[in-house]
Design a protein around this ligand. Sequence first.
Ligand code: PLP
Length: 389
Amino acid sequence: MSTFDFSDRLQKLPPYLFAKIDELKWEVIQQGHDVIDLGVGDPDLPTPDHIIDRLAEEAKKPENHRYPAYTGSMDFREAISDYYSERHGVTVDAATEVITLIGSKEGIGHFPVAFLNPSDVVLVPNPAYPVYEAGTILAGGDVVFMSLLRENGFLPHPEFIEPAVLERTKILWINYPNNPTAATAPVEFFEKVVALAGEYNFIVAHDAAYSEVSYEGYRAPSLLQVEGAMEVGIEFGSLSKTYNMTGWRVAYATGNKKLIAGLGKVKQNMDSGAFQALQYAGIEALKGPQDCVNATNEVYRERRDILVEGLKNAGWDVNVPKAAFYLWIPVPEGYTSSEVSSRLITEAHVIATPGNGFGSYGEGYIRLTLTAPTEQIKEAVRRISRVSF
Ligand SMILES: *Cc1c(COP(=O)(O)O)cnc(C)c1O
């Protein structure tokens, strides 16, 4: 009999809440039904050809086969720096204020290790992408949740957290455009958070994975464009969602020098950087033609409109998101998130993620993604409309 217990930290990780949905999904597939998966937020459209071609070209160069610099290639970091100045009017020094990541999930997961001491608090939105909480627990910090409520536009109010907790706070996580709620944040929100961080001396970590996924002219602001943000802030960005490159693992963090250096020091001891050929393909993505981004967003917009209109006609209460590729939908009265997800799987063969899987404040919602082929989205509308709640 093995006596190896998982570490206390590993045991403290929240339970996996999608097990029941996975089980139901498997049953329905076993019964031979054709399942439409609107559960997973992962682009179905192809990576644009010019990016793939550049990878093929760079992968043939022996100099790209060696260990990369753990902080990333200077060329890739310069491409990020150029992107910040052109897109946001923000100057970041490629050498000291930008680092390449093996996907932003990697950086988000590792970042707390660089700055947390036992009993330091990390403020984590709820509902949220699970890595903010997991990274905090694995680094030995204490999670304090900030509720994201519909009546507040799914923006947290850290200024109402007890001063004693704010005194112990080391990192505050935010994420706009938001997963799972699809909410966006105005620049004034970033200003408020940066001011609070200055007052209590904590780090503002902004996850901007959906910065370029937006509709009808909406352009998401950067945390770093706010005055004072470079003193307290770090922003995580990724090519994954913008260029349909989730499996490639190329991303970056940029912001305050000390914060980038801390993350770099952790990475230096944990990994050896991103494959150089990938970083060159990433430069191609950032510097090449951007009409592919508009075309992708246009596909999501069409799907969004089909899904929103179809669900509204069927009596659901749906908001039209300006950004990200999710619909965050209140469940019909009298039902829980899990009940609604379960019934959609068994009766409509459509996978919807129950909102409580993203945290307790996600209870009462389901999340649908726009990352399935348009024909499937249309079919999902027909099937969901036939389920009566
Ligand atoms: C998809 C996603 C990421 C991770 O992106 P990678 O760069 O592929 O690791 C980070 N944050 C949020 C909120 C996401 O939805």
